[in-house]
Ligand binder design. Structure first.
Ligand code: FES
Length: 153
């Protein structure tokens, strides 16, 4: 009878160990899953941030005032033109030509030039100086922030 009880006790201990091991594995797996979930969660959090950063880059631009020549300007990201017609006076326009939509690509002789068909626009107000474009370059809102011109897009 005692043998039977010992055997039963041993089986019970074995069963308990098995249950505990299994529980431990489950706990580890659970912890691992939680850790992966944490990583996954971090990854998920980073994933939406990337397009957001890209959107910010695409939606605006910043240029240092000293990079905008007086009597000239700069084209930013093929999207914007920032000019300085007079010392300390800045203007911003879209870089999309109003003729057929090419991006203007340079400023020459105080004119913004489109490479596709040669339209020219004033650096002062974006008005057409030479066709074939018929409409001025639209102005773009910007702010002056310290040494920078910031176009929010
Ligand atoms: Fe600019 Fe034609 S698209 S001149």
């Amino acid at each position: 009878m005692t043998d039977h009880l010992e055997t039963k006790s041993t089986q019970t201990n074995a069963t308990r160990r098995t249950v505990l091991r299994t529980a431990g594995l489950v706990a580890l797996a659970g912890g691992g899953a939680a850790a992966f979930a944490g990583c996954s969660s971090d990854g998920d959090a980073a994933t939406p941030a990337a397009p957001s950063n890209s959107a910010q880059a695409a939606a605006g631009a910043t240029v240092t005032k000293t990079d905008v020549p007086e009597g000239g300007g700069v084209v930013l990201q093929e999207k914007y033109v920032v000019t300085q017609p007079k010392a300390g006076e800045f203007k911003a326009f879209t870089a999309t030509c109003t003729h057929q939509g090419c991006a203007v690509n340079k400023i020459e002789a105080e004119q913004i030039v489109c490479p596709c068909h040669g339209s020219k626009f004033s650096i002062t107000d974006g008005s057409v100086v030479g066709g074939p474009a018929q409409k001025p370059l639209p102005t773009v809102n910007f702010t002056e922030s310290g040494d920078n011109i910031v176009i929010s897009g």
